[in-house]
Design a protein around this ligand. Sequence first.
Ligand code: TYD
Ligand code: MG
Length: 456
Amino acid sequence: MKDKAYFTCSECGHKEPRWLGRCPECGAWNSMEEIKVSGEKTGNIHSHEKIPVPLVSLDIEKESRFDSGIEELNRVLGGGIMKGSTVLVGGEPGIGKSTLMLQLASTIKTKGKILYITGEESLKQVKLRSLRIHSESDKIEVFCETGLSVIIHAIEQIKPVLIIIDSIQTIYSPDTGSIPGTPTQVKLCTYELNDYAKLRSAALFLIGHVTKEGLIAGPKVIEHLVDTVLYFDQAESDIRILRATKNRFGPTHELGLFKMTETGLVQVTDPGSYFLEHRDRTPPAGITAVPVFEGTRVLMVEIQSLVVPAKSGISRVFSDKIDSRRVSRLAAVLEKHLKIPLSDADIYVNIAGGFKVSEVGIDLAICLSLYSAKTDLVLPPRTAVFGEVSLAGEIRAVPHMERRLKSAMDMGFNQVYGPIIKEGNHEYFEGYHEYSLLNEAVRAVFLEQVKEENEL
Ligand code: TYD
Ligand code: MG
């Protein structure tokens, strides 16, 4: 068969049959690279090995997942590592991706081999890390290599059940241009490794650095090629959060929590009140505690607000842990339904511990926190709130209300304000105050306090 050639943009992956000075897709200059494809290689590389099969004939193995030996990782993946799946582990340099993967290599429950490809560090560096975190196992084979074909050859020789590529941005195939880390390289290498891993039912973990510059391909370009995408992120506290943003084999709302120690990552298995500031006295104005439902666990987090006169004459919202449009919307609801002026104020909202929250259950807590910050009235001690707030100023029910209530009370919050709970276990209801309207809840939380002060 005749060899073919085409040109592909190293920035966006756009293909053209001829060379162009500027990519018509993304507008990058001098980014077109020639790709030669030999006759036999067109189409699927392993097309001769794959044929369609009747759906009814498929027999799903009972033991289709590996236990990673790390509970927090199992949970984020949806109950362990699916055999034959490809998982992308993204995160900024230094967050702990290599450490997590090396720990996984020694804790995974399997009799098979593990192949750890390091394209970034020397064998000595990997050895030193493994000694530091006590992750040594005779099942782990380490290979310091960046050439795709050599790696694939090693996979064929060793037949590992788990392949770790650290990192996908360093892997290189001469088939597609000369620089590793371009979108085309990253995509092609992912595609081929994926194919080999799937064929052998091995689990493939690809480490991908998240870089701020657009020039080097970030993990985004391969998200659609993999089964699961995990991002490793650091909260402002020393906690590191692992989240799935895509998962073909499980949920995407679970969080895995870890702490980096002198001897590697340690799981934080009971994070209930981890994100709370522990205070002996009544919290200052602007502070509200809220039980947040993350995956299958309730975490107590603290919302902090500051409301000051607008510096520029135009009201602005500064909130990077909660969507600032949500904060603006709730500020508008407060202004309309409680007649407190916020449109001439700069509003700062934060979540203690640097936790990002997107669920609606924190609406009422944001409202009370803003109200408290604006009026300088404080919430009574050991008070927690939860619930969604509508544009009409109603408090709406949210999922898992009883679990939130129970968790808050178990953590020492004896007064909880929230939506009306129609039925359920009344054991925890003694300190629970149900409201259907925001202004009633605000009055109950703060104005009683004013009345008491006046009576003294
Ligand atoms: P690393 O896993 O190399 O991060 P990544 O692969 O995401 O770039 O870990 C990075 C940081 O963690 C590094 O600054 C050193 C620190 N660290 C510890 O504090 N304790 C340890 O046991 C290890 C292995 C690393
Ligand atoms: Mg690393």
